[in-house]
Write a protein that binds this ligand. Structure first.
Ligand SMILES: [Mg+2]
Ligand SMILES: [Zn+2]
Length: 183
């Protein structure tokens, strides 16, 4: 088992600007503070894994090649900020397919934990929706809701009970780095 801890990051509305069914690499825009937050986490020794629902594939709005192009652009933007993501895991399904990987279900985390040999219970989950917080709770991780993307709306409607609510990914990183010292 890897002693390294991992932060499991939602993509849309958490790392990059939320655009419904993003399929164009030109539409990838890092949110303010996102790259800095990820850089802080990497400097503190955390691995970074993206866990994202991409039902646009299951709906036929775009294909996996388009998603790959979006992720290549994301990696390129992050590389320019000295950030390197360890892995990107996506669910291509729609709800009615009842797959095991669509958040808040845990299939993608199990795959990542298998690939990188980490304990999901020792990880942190950061996202802008209740499903992200529910994923964190399902795997026994610490969950953080960011106010970017749909996060402020989820906070206002009290749709979930995250361990922490923070403004953005940079604040999430600072919170995680402080919290991990206490564990
Ligand atoms: Mg999101
Ligand atoms: Zn799925």
């Amino acid at each position: 088992m890897n002693r390294k801890r991992y932060v499991l990051l939602d993509r849309d509305g958490t790392m990059i600007v939320e655009r419904e069914y993003l399929a164009d690499p030109a539409g990838v825009a890092l949110l303010a503070g996102a790259a800095e937050g990820m850089r802080l986490l990497q400097a503190a020794g955390f691995g970074l894994v993206v866990i994202t629902n991409q039902s646009g594939i299951g709906r036929g709005y775009f294909d996996e090649a388009a998603l790959t192009a979006v992720h290549e652009r994301l990696r390129e933007l992050l590389a320019a900020e000295d950030v390197s993501i360890d892995g990107i895991y996506f669910c291509p399904h729609v709800e009615r397919e009842q797959c095991l990987c669509r958040k808040p279900r845990t299939g993608l985390v199990e795959q990542a934990a298998h690939d990188f040999h980490f304990d999901p219970k020792q990880s942190y989950v950061v996202g802008d929706k209740a499903i992200d917080v529910e994923l964190g709770q399902a795997i026994g991780a610490v969950s953080l809701l960011v106010r970017t993307g749909y996060g402020a709306e989820h906070e206002r409607k009290q749709t979930c009970r995250p361990d922490f609510i923070v403004d953005d990914l940079r604040a999430a990183a600072e919170t995680i780095i402080a919290d991990v010292q206490l564990r």
